[in-house]
Design a protein around this ligand. Structure first.
Ligand SMILES: NC(=O)c1ccc[n+]([C@@H]2O[C@H](COP(=O)([O-])OP(=O)(O)OC[C@H]3O[C@@H](n4cnc5c(N)ncnc54)[C@H](O)[C@@H]3O)[C@@H](O)[C@H]2O)c1
Length: 253
């Protein structure tokens, strides 16, 4: 058993260094707040400058403007790591939803969804894993996938495919980097009340989707953040390559 686990990398006197992509709002913001409350140094990286900078100020963290579609996205991700002098935890929450059937999805939309959700996650994982492996201290990577990666997604096929790919990346990273003490897991949220999808959300939608959960409600960012914190914690030290549902029981496989 390697001693290079996240738990050994983080001591009481050394705050964990955490980068959250898509951390300006929604689930990413919940994750950033949770890690900061737990004493971590957090870099919030997002294309949304104003809310990202405000959140960073609120939690005593730092903000980096990051557009995952930009040619220099990998350099900006490296900058996030450099600001912290290394990285112990990466959470990839940046993502976009595209609603539309496969027949309606043109090449440009398909490419955009994959560029942000899948390629963006790949770039962030690669930068973080390189740093963790070079430091020899291990680390934890948590990708925010979706229940659409588990059950498909009629009417959101590009999104579902991009999130299936995120789970594939998670498993590949777990296999390749486990020997270095780098754990890679995904969470697959159900329907979480954020700005994603809010433009088409109706009270009827909320009631219908709530009825799909045995708990009878939709998720909040904090529901996901708690599971991410657990996965990244020493309590999750024997978990890697997992895609954990956080759906209020909407998905059970
Ligand atoms: N809300 C849900 O029901 C739900 C369910 C399952 C999975 N998810 C996933 O959770 C993650 C967070 O979603 P959310 O619900 O918080 O939505 P959100 O729209 O509130 O947050 C997404 C964040 O990603 C950022 N982002 C988008 N494009 C970017 C780019 N090019 N470069 C950098 N940042 C970019 C946005 O600015 C935003 O801050 C996403 O990956 C999403 O697919 C959400």
């Amino acid at each position: 058993m390697s001693s290079q686990t996240p738990s050994s990398a983080v001591t009481a006197s050394t705050a964990r260094r955490v980068v959250v992509t898509g951390g300006a709002r929604g689930i990413g913001a919940g994750v950033a707040r949770r890690f900061a409350a737990d004493g971590a140094q957090v870099v919030v990286a997002d294309v949304l400058v104003e809310p990202g900078a405000a959140l960073a100020a609120e939690i005593g963290g730092r903000f980096v403007e990051l557009d995952l579609l930009a040619p220099d996205a990998a350099d900006l991700l490296q900058h996030c790591v450099d600001l912290l002098g290394g990285i112990d935890v990466l959470v990839t929450s940046a993502g976009v939803l595209h609603l539309g059937t496969l027949l309606e999805t043109d090449r440009a939309l398909w490419d955009r969804v994959f560029a942000i959700n899948t390629t963006g996650t790949f770039l962030a994982m690669q930068v973080a894993a390189r740093s963790m492996i070079a430091a020899g201290t291990g680390g934890s990577i948590v990708a925010i996938a979706s229940m659409a990666a588990k059950k498909g997604g009629g009417g959101e096929g590009a999104y579902a495919a991009s999130k299936h790919a995120v789970v594939g990346l998670t498993r590949a990273g777990a296999l390749e980097w486990g020997q270095h003490g780098v754990r890679v897991n995904a969470v697959c949220p159900g329907y979480v009340l954020t700005e994603m999808g809010a433009d088409t959300r109706t009270p009827e939608d909320v009631a219908l989707w709530s009825s799909y959960s045995p708990l009878g409600r939709l998720g909040q960012p904090e529901d996901v953040a708690g599971v991410v914190a657990f996965l990244a914690s020493p309590d999750g030290s024997y978990l890697t390559g997992q895609a954990l549902n956080v759906t209020g029981g909407m998905v059970m496989h």
